[in-house]
Design a protein around this ligand. Structure first.
Ligand code: NAP
Ligand code: NAG
Length: 274
């Protein structure tokens, strides 16, 4: 979420009440960027998508079938270029993006380990999302040692969500020709002085490719993604954990909670019900 003029902007699910655009008609279910409000005026329908599987929970279009899902899919497949048997590490692994990355890695026959900030989240990773292993980074005294324990042969793919100390610990544990898909660095967003990894030279000797990406660049591929993930959901190959807050009065608490890890799974807020 960020500020768009005076209204907090977010990705949401809604129903069209009135439309002057030929592609959308009153009654259509859509997801996309909107104001964080009960009714919103969309002036840029470029980032508005039709919901083609209303038989699935509509809330999924804020997560696994929406922007965070496409982020996981594009970052994992297009940026990190996984191969069967790769060793994959995901940080913030129980979150909206991370939980899908881990499950896509298992579907691709990779070995996947996740980190998260509570024992409850670690348990979810192992029991619900099928991660091969997981650890609570807040309880590890030495992140480098934790990674060595989980990846005695090193990491082929790091799906980066947090930055800072975790990135610094990952770099020396990467394998030859490893890939780091830089999705986000949430540990850095509210710092006045960023504390980046001092050991980027690790990229050189091991020929590591570290590449950032933005989900917006993949919006054109949305329909293919939606069909594939809707199929996995129906077959039970992908599961979803959501953290639902109720009411517009709870939006700011839900947003702030992301920065302390209060959310368990994809954080969403129900603003209006039919
Ligand atoms: N590139 C793109 O286009 C794109 C699109 C969407 C999202 N993103 C990025 O993807 C990442 C994940 O987003 P999400 O929506 O899935 O969020 P999320 O993981 O559902 O929620 C945020 C989580 O970040 C963790 N966290 C918060 N502060 C932290 C810190 N200082 N150090 C380490 N972990 C911290 C917390 O989990 P713990 O309890 O595990 O610490 C929190 O629950 C974010 O970095 C976001 O900016 C990028
Ligand atoms: C949201 O707000 C209402 C009213 O202020 C409150 O009763 C409710 O418990 C809040 N929390 C969540 C997580 O929905």
């Amino acid at each position: 979420m960020f500020l768009l003029s005076n209204v907090l902007a977010t990705f949401s699910v809604g129903r069209v009440v009135a439309s002057g655009h030929p592609n959308f008609k009153s009654g259509d279910l859509v997801w996309g960027m909107s104001g964080c409000e009960e009714y919103t005026l969309i002036t840029d329908p470029e980032s508005l998508f039709k919901i083609n599987h209303p038989e699935l929970p509509l809330s999924y279009y804020t997560g696994v079938l929406g922007m965070p899902g496409l982020t996981a899919y594009a970052g994992f497949f297009d940026v990190s270029k996984p191969k069967k048997g790769d060793y994959v590490f995901v940080s913030s692994a129980s979150g909206a993006v991370g939980q899908l990355v881990g499950q896509l890695a298992k579907i691709t026959d990779c070995y996947v380990v996740g980190s998260a900030g509570s024992d409850e989240k670690v348990n979810l990773l192992k029991t619900k999302f099928g991660f091969d292993d997981a650890f609570n980074y807040k309880k590890e005294e030495d992140l480098n040692a934790a990674l060595k324990r989980c990846f005695p042969r090193g990491i082929d793919i790091y799906f980066e969500n947090v930055g800072g100390a975790m990135l610094a610990a990952v770099l020396p544990n990467m394998r030859m020709n490893g890939r780091i898909a830089v999705c986000g660095m949430i540990s850095q967003y509210n710092l006045e002085q960023p504390n980046g990894a001092p050991n980027l030279f690790c990229l050189v000797a091991k020929r590591i490719r570290m590449e950032g990406f933005m989900v917006l660049d993949y919006f054109g591929t949305y329909n293919k993604f939606e069909e594939e993930i809707a199929g996995y959901l129906k077959e039970g190959k992908i599961t979803v954990v959501e953290d639902v807050a109720e009411g517009i009065e709870n939006v700011s608490a839900a947003l702030i909670g992301l920065f302390s890890g209060r959310n368990i799974g994809k954080q969403l807020v129900t603003i209006a019900r039919e």
